[in-house]
Ligand binder design. Structure first.
Ligand code: AMP
Ligand code: ZN
Length: 462
């Protein structure tokens, strides 16, 4: 039973999809106005662990992650750069997908861009007009009247008594104290330049919140299972999404809500506006690998704040080396044995404890504890029976479908060494032992070891 902490109920609940075995997940994606910082990647890493665990549990998944390529921030950025909005955001879309690969984050099934879904947003606003949940102001903008939606504030648990009926807020981002009628559609202003669409209410552009309501509905339907984002999204973004979607459709929007805590630097949320951020590429330039950063971002429970330090990144190297040593030893003992036998009891215990921890609202600390205890026990179990080692190696690969950092990085083997290893195999076949030894020694002199496996010779760094 997989239990998750549902922000809506503020309690642990079992994840039971609405549609038999299929989990439909919406995760708020990047605003592509700059390189995403590793705080953003903490959110996407949590969602990656979540989707991987959902699949491990045997569910099918459909995940939608949007790209916010039109909002206050992207328009401001494109103006400042002197580029057209589309060209300006394309750079950051491209680097976002490159970063996902570096961090080994599994791709979502759909990545809709807001600018490709404007008709869906307009249709949703029209529906809100029909229901009396939208009104036009003198400047051509359209607002959502929060006092007309009785459940407004249910996710963030706002005090409705303190709300100022009729007051309006124009910005996409604002705090709880400024809860007010929010913009569904922003009437055209000169600063928007060429960023403009026609609508039944005149020229303008969508508000940020309506984008996610429309994009989730387009790919997941009016009601879906699970909606995620960082805690900063609870208000106003997710509260406003609920008001728009439930107001327009008259049915539940998302069954569960999960929110990750922030990545912090010296006690403060890492953010562009604070200027205390590192982009992924900045950290890679310092010589850290995507795998080390992945390990750092995944290793703290998603609801606990994570303090980012380079000391901790450095410490990860030792932890990963320990895992790699264990895996390498397993491969040695497997030798040429391809068939896996029974798992030894310490490995069964490792898997059971790992699964119990992850089932408990993705308790990754417990999961990693089980893994390292398993490695400790496994190291004492060498020399290992080859069939047993093969079974443990398979378990390792299975756990890596969840963790995504267990497989050691592949070393690029120089092509001339591969040729020498193949020539050696040929020499052995011809019983030319002297030539085989000569080639093995030549490869060793270059710092590599030849391992004979059923699928031919493999090279490993000495
Ligand atoms: P944005 O591009 O600002 O819309 O943010 C994209 C996602 O990253 C949202 O789900 C945010 O909640 C999340 N996020 C932003 N800053 C942080 C941070 N410092 N730590 C964790 N998540 C963050
Ligand atoms: Zn969103």
């Amino acid at each position: 039973m997989f239990k998750i902490y549902n922000t809506m109920s503020r309690s642990l609940e079992e994840l039971i999809p609405l549609e038999d075995n299929h989990v439909r997940l919406y995760t708020c994606g990047p605003t592509v106005y700059n390189y995403a910082h590793i705080g953003n990647y903490r959110a996407y890493m949590f969602e990656d662990l979540l989707r991987r665990w959902i699949q491990y549990k045997g569910f099918k998944i459909t995940q939608v992650q949007n790209l916010t390529d039109v909002d206050d921030k992207t328009i401001r950025g494109s103006r400042e750069s002197g580029k057209a909005l589309r060209d300006y955001t394309q750079t950051y879309k491209d680097t976002f997908f490159e970063d996902l690969k570096v961090l080994n984050i599994e791709p979502a099934e759909h990545y809709p861009a807001a600018t490709d879904c404007i008709p869906e947003m307009i249709a949703l606003i029209e529906k809100l007009f029909e229901k009396g949940l939208a009104y036009k102001s003198d400047d051509g903008s359209v607002y959502f009247p929060i006092d007309k939606f009785a459940e407004y504030g249910k996710l963030a648990r706002l005090d409705r008594a303190g709300m100022r009926a009729g007051a309006r807020v124009d910005q996409d981002e604002y705090d709880k104290d400024n809860a007010a009628d929010f913009a569904l559609w922003k009437g055209y202003v000169e600063e928007d330049g060429e960023v403009v669409w026609d609508s039944p209410w005149g020229k303008g552009r969508p508000g940020w919140h309506i984008e996610c309501s429309a994009m989730s509905q387009k790919y997941l339907g009016k009601t879906f299972d699970l909606h995620c984002g960082g805690v900063d999204n609870i208000f106003p973004h997710h509260e406003d999404e609920i008001a728009q979607s439930e107001g327009a459709n008259g049915c539940l929007y998302s069954k569960y809500w999960m929110h990750n805590a922030h990545l912090q630097v010296e006690g403060k949320k890492m953010s562009k506006s604070e200027g205390n951020f590192f982009t992924l590429r900045e950290i890679l330039e310092k010589g850290y690998t995507g795998r080390e950063i992945r390990y750092e971002l995944i290793g703290t429970h998603y609801r606990k704040s994570l303090n980012f330090t380079f000391d901790s990144l450095n410490a990860n190297r030792a932890a990963l080396a320990r895992l790699d040593d264990f895996y390498a030893k397993l491969q040695e003992y497997i030798g040429t044995e391809a068939e896996a036998g029974e798992l030894p009891s310490w490995a069964v215990e490792m898997e059971t404890r790992f699964a119990a921890a992850l089932d408990d609202d993705l308790n990754i600390a417990g999961g990693l504890g089980a893994l390292f205890d398993g490695v400790h026990a496994g190291n004492k179990a060498f020399p290992m029976d080859p069939k047993e080692a093969a079974a443990v190696s398979n378990l390792w690969k299975k756990l890596d479908t969840v963790l995504g950092f267990l497989e050691p990085p592949k070393e690029e083997v120089p092509s001339e060494l591969i040729e020498m290893a193949e020539a050696r195999a040929e020499a052995k076949k011809n019983k030319d032992w002297a030539e085989a030894d000569r080639l093995r020694n030549a490869v060793a002199a270059a710092g590599w070891i030849i391992q004979d496996t059923p699928s031919g010779p493999k090279l490993k760094k000495a």
